[in-house]
Structures are given as C-alpha cells and as structure tokens.
Ligand binder design. Structure first.
Ligand SMILES: *[C@@H]1O[C@H](CO)[C@@H](O)[C@H](O)[C@H]1NC(C)=O
Ligand SMILES: *[C@@H]1O[C@H](CO)[C@@H](O)[C@H](O)[C@H]1NC(C)=O
Ligand SMILES: *[C@@H]1O[C@H](CO)[C@@H](O)[C@H](O)[C@H]1NC(C)=O
Ligand SMILES: *[C@@H]1O[C@H](CO)[C@@H](O)[C@H](O)[C@H]1NC(C)=O
Length: 620
C-alpha cells in the first residue's frame, strides 16, 4: 500500500517554499516495514556480501533489563534480502558500542574501540570493556553460503590498541592499511571533561618506528568537538583528510607530516561546530566521468550556532585535492536536520534521511536521548544541479540518535536503529515509564512501572524504494548477470549484463558501507569507463588506483539508457592482501578476566536536562 498521499505532498511543498529549488512533481518514493525484529538495535551497521548486515548495539541494562532477544549479546548478523529470516546472534566479546569501523582490502571489517560497560550472567562475564578492542569480522564466502556451510561470519580478536578510543573514526587508505583517528578515553560527559581527551591517531596494522599513538593538534584544539571526525582518503595524493569542529588538516601517512593548507570552514552562516554533539554528515560526492573523478566532500546539517537546540540546513563543499581548496556554501538541505545520514545512490544522487529538527546528539548514558522531532521525509540531492528535493513519502518510524541508513545491492535504502527516544516522558518526570515511545499519548499507556512500559529500542528495518525503482519493469533494468570476483586497478574486465550491452548507459561502483552515528567513511561512488560493448558483454575498466577507490569490496551497478540501476553484484578492487598483516586469533579464545568494577552508570536529574542546561549533561 503506498504511503504517499496527495495532501501530505502538498504540505511538504509548502514547507519548502523559498528554501531550495524543488522540481514541480517529485516522484514520491515508498516506504515499507522490512524487518520486524533485528534482535539488537542496529547502532553500528556493517554491510557484508550476500545481502548480510552485522548490527551491534549498546549493552542494554537498567532500567530496561537485558536484551531478551539475545540474552544480552550485543551483535547479530541479519539477512537483509529476506525480511522473514530471523537474526543470528554472533557474540562479540569486547564491547564495540561507540567504536569505529571500516572495511579492509580483503573484505573483512575492522572494528576498533568501544565502551567500558561490561556484562556478566550468573557471575560469569561475557562482555568486556571494549575501549582498546580491535576485532575483524570475516564474512561468509559466497560459495559457502550457497552450499549452506556458512551461516554467519566470524569475529577475530586482534591485539588491543595501546589506548582507549570511544567514538574514533576508522578509514581504509589507498594501500589497504587503516587510520584510526581520535576517540576519548571514556564516554564523554560535558559536565566533567577532565582526563578523557585523547587527541591522537594510529594505524592498523600498527606502524613500527616512532612513538605511537601520535598527537594530532587538530584534535587537541577541537576537544570536546573532536569525536567521530570526518576522515577520508584523498583521490589524487596519499594524504588523508581529517575534519573536526570547523577545521581540516591533511595527514601524509608516509611521513605523518600534517598539512594545514585548508582554511577553516566559515561558521558565519549560523552554524555550530559540525561534529558531535551537533552532528552533521559528510559524504564524498560521486566521482564520475563527467566531473573527471574530482573528489568533492559535502558536509550537511548539524545545529545552528544561535540556537544550539535547533537543527541547521546548511551544506558546505570542498574539493581537497585542489591546491587552493576552500570551503564553499552550497544549496541548503530541503529541511534542517541534526544527525542526518547520507546515502549515495547508484544514480549519482545522494539521499539525506533520518535525523531530527530539534535537540542534540547524545543522552544521559542509557535511559533517554536528547534528540526530538524526527524528520520523516527523505531529501534527494542532485550534485550536478546542486538541488535538494524533499520527497513526499514519509517514513513511519522516526530514526533519531543511534540510527543509520544504507544502500542494498537491489538499489533500495534501509533505515535501522534509533533508541531511547522518550524525551517527552522523561522531562515530564515519568521516570517510572522511560519506555514510552516518542509521540505516544501518555494517557494511552498505564504508567505503573517498568513492567508495563514499551521498550524504546528500534528493532525494525524500514525499506525505502527510491523513485527510480518505483513501478519498474525488471526486464528493462540492467542487472549484472556475471562479473569476475576481483579486478586489479586500471585493469579491464568483462561484465555480462541482463540486457544487450548497447542498452547499458553507465557502470558505477559503490564501496560497501559501514556506518554509525551518521558517519560512513567507507561509502564512495566511482563511475567506470566502458571500453567496449558486444552482445550482452561490456568491457569495463577498474578504478585507476586506491586513492580514487580504496581497496575492498564494491557493488557494481549497471544503469540502463534511462539511468535506472539494476541489481548489483560484488567485486573486489585492488590487491586484497595489501596492508593486512593481522594476527589471527579466534574470538572464542579471549582469556577470561574479571569484569571491570567501573560502571558507565551515572546519576542524573530530570531538571538537569531540560532547556538550556541540557548541554551540560551530555554523554553517550
Ligand atoms: C572555527 O571555530 C573556532 C572555534 O569555535 C572559531 O574561533 C573560529 O572563528 C571558527 N572559524 C571560522 C572561520 O568560522
Ligand atoms: C582530470 O584529472 C586528472 C588528474 O586526475 C588531470 O591530470 C587531467 O588533466 C584532468 N582532465 C581534465 C580534462 O580536466
Ligand atoms: C592558488 O592561489 C595562488 C594565490 O592566489 C595563485 O597564485 C595560484 O595560481 C593558485 N593555484 C591554482 C592551482 O589555482
Ligand atoms: C530502464 O528501466 C526502467 C525501469 O524498468 C524502464 O522504465 C525504462 O523504460 C528503461 N529504459 C530503457 C531505455 O529501456
């Protein structure tokens, strides 16, 4: 049943008036509930081949009780192609909630850092402090999935980092190694900032020689606005782009020299610092033949400077490979959003979705989050014309803090996660019933204690059908019928299409994503050159190098002559062995240790988070 209604659309266009360019008749798109129970709240989302997704959550406890879906385990693997498939618990031993992640060259996903909270059952610990944790998730191989011999991937523990990292960013570099930037020593409490700053970075595998981890002046300056910095591999050099607050530096990973040539992002347009808790989202815009594969980073959303509880619609762009690069303000989002997610679409457009119009990111440590007023309608951005269009179809589930979004190989967009959005009850002092979901009339709900309260965990996945997939005729979409498992940089390879090759207009590769907290450093779209076409076969050239297209697994999409994508298939680009010299250690072999005595549990007062003093009480 289409959720779109003419009345809602008229209202949407009215709101838009004068803010941005809107096409007169946007196709609506369509939402549907996809998975009804993901088992855990998908706070961390790691996309795997074979339409699998790993989700990791916060270890849930008081006042909600342990997660009974998983008996307290925090990680699951989900089949996102089949909504009726049950989630599979896949225990992670070191708490990865608040960690960072990126896909490595061999298709494993590196997950580092996390939270201190530990859990035990009957006196036996099963989840440990994960702040120094380093784990790899190794997905099932396609043939093992087909043969039914691999049901879920494996966690492999690696030697720990030398330091704690809570909200670090991980980015895979052109050579297949990864940079790990920032993250505090412990969860961030804006009321007591002593002893948590950790303005350093390091690499995986660890670099030998010199002193590690190494201090980064940008992070020291930006604290406490230095969490989950925006970090990307540049396309024309080995340098790494690192943005926090309103400043950018470029690190040369060969020498670790830091280049300060990029000017500050001007905050004169009523824009608060663009990192947590005023979280904006950053995305590398599509690198296409038409734009000569120029790498442009766009940062959108966050909070206003004048009213830090109100979301901002501002967007800024920079092309950091340009020796004279500077930020420029570009078209505003169709509607202001704090904590938006940005999803690259195979058409070369960007879908901005999720997020809120009021509040800030963060919460009080496990009972309630401070974001309010979810934005339900997606915003479709066309980088070639710099226009945002608010699509009429509204999601039915608010995705506020700890939510995420990702593109699937079928070309759909999934939204996941969101937790503890019960602010309304919370400020009303209804502490006996923290679980009442936002928007529910409290009078409908008997406020007689935790037992009768709904738990505020986002365990559903909604699926958005973008306008380009509405009413499609499968026979006219260009699906990938076959392609090689991998291709070296610059090498030509053959792709068989479901259509005659002369009906395939474009070929694009989209790197597998891993996202959390609006941050997705893996996501990237690179258009490929079609060298020749014969029958249903195309000869396509793999991306030039790991600067333009960091090594790892990508979705290959074909677009038909109307620009409609078919279903993608995975391909590995680059040498899958580069950069990875990990020490393999099965996670089951983690030595037993006593659970840490520290607790992330903090006391709070309902009065404290109301109004202006809200900012003083921020932490996870
Ligand atoms: C960047 O942020 C700092 C700290 O908030 C501020 O002092 C500086 O003026 C900002 N720079 C610009 C160009 O807005
Ligand atoms: C495209 O970019 C490359 C660098 O990647 C540059 O050498 C070339 O001159 C550019 N071509 C055009 C037409 O701008
Ligand atoms: C960069 O700016 C300097 C000074 O404005 C100018 O001399 C130089 O030509 C510019 N370089 C490029 C590549 O635009
Ligand atoms: C491309 O696919 C779409 C969706 O099925 C279809 O409507 C359109 O006609 C196709 N274009 C061509 C040129 O075949």
């Amino acid at each position: 049943m289409p959720v779109y209604s003419g009345r809602r659309r008229a209202a949407a266009l009215l709101v838009l008036g004068g803010i941005c360019a809107v096409s007169s008749d946007p196709s609506p798109g369509q939402w549907e509930t996809w998975h009804r129970n993901t088992g855990v709240t998908c706070i961390h989302n790691l996309l795997l081949p074979n339409d699998r997704l790993v989700c990791i959550e916060r270890p849930q406890e008081r006042p909600y009780g342990i997660n009974l879906n998983t008996m307290g385990e925090t990680a699951v693997e989900i089949d996102i192609s089949q909504p009726d498939q049950p989630f599979q618990i896949n225990p992670i031993h070191k708490n990865a909630f608040c960690g960072g992640h990126a896909q490595l060259a061999d298709g494993t996903v590196l997950v580092v850092g996390g939270d201190a909270r530990s859990l035990e059952a009957d006196g036996i610990p099963f989840l440990y402090d994960g702040r120094k944790g380093v784990r790899l998730y190794r997905p099932c191989e396609a043939d093992a999935v087909a043969a039914g011999t691999c049901k879920k991937g494996t966690w492999e523990d690696q030697p720990e980092m030398s330091t704690n990292r809570w909200y670090p960013t991980v980015t895979t570099l052109q050579d297949g190694s990864a940079i790990i930037v920032g993250g505090t020593m412990d969860h961030l409490d804006f009321g007591s900032l002593d002893h948590v700053d950790n303005p350093t970075y390091e690499y995986f595998p660890p670099k030998t020689g010199g002193t590690w981890p190494r201090q980064l002046d940008l992070l020291a300056w930006a604290f406490p606005h230095n969490l989950y910095p925006f970090v990307f591999q540049l396309a024309e050099s080995n340098h790494v782009f690192v943005f926090a607050s309103n400043r950018t530096v470029l690190i040369d990973p060969q020498t670790d020299a830091v280049d300060h040539r990029i000017p500050d992002l001007p905050l004169d347009a009523d824009q608060a610092p663009m990192t947590y808790p005023h979280s904006a989202t950053a995305v590398v815009l599509p690198m296409t033949i038409a734009n000569n594969w120029t790498m442009t980073i766009q940062i959108c959303g966050g909070s206003k400077l004048s009213d830090q509880g109100a979301a901002s619609a501002n967007c800024y762009q920079i092309s950091p490979d340009d020796p004279n690069a500077s930020w420029k303000r570009v078209a505003d989002l169709a509607t202001a959003r704090l904590m938006p997610d940005s999803v690259l679409l195979p058409t070369g457009q960007v879908l901005y979705l999720n997020g809120v119009s009021r509040g800030v990111a963060g919460g009080n440590g496990g009972q309630v989050q401070y974001a309010q007023d979810p934005v339900f309608q997606p915003d479709l951005y066309d980088p070639t014309s710099d226009t945002h269009t608010l699509l009429p179809a509204a999601a039915s589930v608010g995705r506020l803090y700890h939510a995420s979004a990702l593109l699937t190989q079928s070309g759909h967009v999934l939204t996941t996660g969101s937790e503890m959005q019960n602010y309304v009850d919370y400020v009303a002092g209804r502490t006996e019933c923290w679980g009442v979901p936002l928007g529910m009339d409290p009078s409908d709900h008997a406020p007689t204690g935790e037992a009768v309260c709904t738990l505020p965990f986002g365990h559903t996945i909604e699926r958005f059908t973008p306008p380009y997939l509405q009413g499609v005729d499968e026979a006219t979409r260009a699906h990938v019928a076959s392609l090689p498992e991998s291709a070296s940089y610059g090498q030509a390879f053959a792709v068989t299409a479901s259509l005659p090759a002369d009906r395939v207009q474009r070929v694009v590769a989209l790197r597998y994503t891993s996202s959390t907290h609006g941050l997705n450093t893996d996501q990237r779209l690179v258009e490929l050159v079609i060298r020749s076409r014969k029958d249903t076969q195309l000869e396509v050239v793999a991306p030039r190098d790991g600067r333009r297209a960091p090594p790892g697994r990508w979705h290959l999409f074909l677009l038909n002559a109307s620009g409609v994508p078919g279903t993608a298939r995975p391909i590995m680009f680059g040498d899958s062995t580069t950069g990875i010299k990990s020490t393999r250690q099965k996670s089951g072999s983690v030595s037993r240790q006593s659970a840490p005595t520290t607790t992330a549990w903090l006391t709070f007062s309902a009065v404290g988070i109301a109004g202006a003093s809200m900012l003083a009480y921020l932490f996870l």
